[in-house]
Design a protein around this ligand. Structure first.
Ligand code: PLP
Length: 457
């Protein structure tokens, strides 16, 4: 590799001089110095200082089959030699795009049979917004175009993704969002449940905020509700069991489409191919990306249900929308092989029947009792650990988020990559984790919590 001719210091200087990073305070970054990740194998990443770090985030919620899978490198190389690129505009397709669309449709809920490809979750959410509004226009209801989303939701970083999302900091820098998108409360019982309110009742109340927003606008003005089955970047907020069925009921009652953003949860993370199954809902669209290729190449897929698709195909005419890399042959070849590996290795079933329940138990029995932990919660291989100053009152340390950063820094220093979002530590490991990997992760997390406790006392 050519980078090996450079010293760590040189690479850091070059990076600081020229590379603008996502979601980064660059002044901070330059003061702190960049971690340079050089290679990875299985569940571990390695940095240029020789540290081996267990990757509790699967990269960025994506490397579901783990690192160093030669099968994907080989299939990419073969496809690059045969057909590195062709577009799927102008009545053309490429074999791998057709086959991957078929494969995704076979894994998706029965009423979903169409796929539109992009390169990122953000792009596919743009596509979803366009298709949903176009659908209602084709149905003769162009004014039925309001989208209901949730505060603190993350739907990507494009202008439409940011507008759909509900992150205040992002909206603050947007300078004008896509119109007619409103945000209601998130289903986050740990902070938002009222004293004495059961999880069940809280879930219904959180869902009711959607009904209120529909009634406020008038049902004939509301196109869709969009939500992550589990809010990921917002802190792995797992809704109470009462929430999603009630959201589905409300959407049906007012003829509001249901858009699920499964960019994180798609392809096995919650112990089913799609979290729609885990939470028992029938969405009209499902946005997917990340684990579709286990992050080895950029690829996203918007899954479109039969209701929208039949109108779109029969009455739509030309849809003036598409990306140069929609259905990229190499990305699709890698996606196909990745899904085959997930199937052959039974990773979805393993998460559902073995590692998911074991992870939940390990968190409950080993991490929850720690004095800094207010709650652990998980679904499949996706978890949060709430950091609190006082377990009984759930009071947080001041300033908000500062304690979680201390825990995170100790975790990384002790070989455990995890992320801090506000006061929630989050985990979303590769689906190849075994019970032993979970034990190792818990050892390292406990060590980080103990070190942080000493600092915070
Ligand atoms: N939607 C969700 C739920 C996500 O978590 C993300 C990224 O983390 C996105 C959309 C955006 O995906 P991308 O970064 O590929 O544009």
């Amino acid at each position: 590799m050519t980078y090996q001719n450079y010293s760590l210091k040189q690479l850091q200087q070059i990076d600081a001089a020229h590379h603008l990073h996502p979601f980064t305070d660059h002044k901070d970054l330059r003061d702190a110095g960049t971690r340079i990740v050089t290679h990875a194998k299985g569940p571990f990443i390695y940095d240029s200082e020789g540290n081996e770090i267990l990757d509790g985030m699967a990269g960025l919620w994506c490397v579901n089959i783990g690192y160093g899978r030669d099968e994907l490198a080989e299939v990419a190389a073969e496809q690059m030699k045969e057909l590195p690129y062709y577009n799927s505009f102008f009545k053309c397709t490429v074999p791998t795009a057709a086959l991957l669309a078929q494969k995704i449709a076979s894994l998706a809920p029965k009423h979903i049979n169409q796929v539109f490809f992009g390169s990122s979750g953000s792009e596919s959410n743009d596509t979803a917004l366009r298709i949903v509004r176009h659908y209602w226009a084709l149905e003769g209801k162009p004014e039925k175009n309001r989208i209901i989303s949730r505060k603190n939701a993350y739907h990507g970083s494009t202008v439409a993704g940011t507008s759909l999302g509900g992150m205040e900091g992002m909206h603050g820098q947007l300078g004008g969002a896509v119109p007619n998108i409103v945000h209601v409360m998130m289903p986050y019982a740990f902070e938002l449940a009222l004293p004495g309110e059961s999880d069940h009742d809280f879930g219904l109340r959180a869902a009711k905020s959607i009904e209120d927003a529909i009634l406020e606008a008038g049902p004939d003005k509301v196109a869709a509700f969009i939500g992550e089955p589990v809010m990921g970047a917002g802190g792995v907020k797992i809704p109470p069991a009462s929430y999603w069925p009630e959201v589905q009921r409300i959407c049906r009652k007012y003829d509001v489409l249901l858009m699920l953003d499964e960019v994180i949860t798609g392809y096995g993370r919650t112990g089913n191919w799609f979290a729609a199954e885990t939470f028992g809902v029938e969405p009209d669209t499902i946005t997917t990306a990340k684990a579709l290729t286990s992050g080895y190449l950029p690829l996203s897929a918007l899954l479109v249900g039969d209701r929208i698709a039949s109108t779109f195909i029969e009455k739509g005419g030309e849809f003036y929308h598409g990306y140069t890399y929609s259905g990229h042959p190499v990305c699709c070849a890698v996606g196909l092989r990745n899904l085959e590996i997930i199937e052959q290795e039974g990773l979805v079933e393993r998460v559902r029947d073995d590692t998911g329940p074991y992870f939940a138990q390990a968190l409950r029995e080993r991490i929850s009792p720690h004095p800094l932990v207010g709650e652990t919660r998980s679904v499949g291989l996706m978890a949060a650990i709430e950091i609190v100053a006082d377990k009984a009152t759930r009071a947080r340390f001041e300033p908000a988020g500062s304690a979680a950063v201390i825990v995170r820094d100790y975790a990384i220093a002790n070989g455990m990559m995890m992320r801090a979002t506000g006061d929630s530590m989050i985990l979303s490991p590769p689906l190849i984790w075994t019970r032993d990997t979970i034990d190792l992760a818990c050892d390292r997390i406990l060590k980080a919590l103990d070190l942080a406790l000493t600092d915070l006392k």
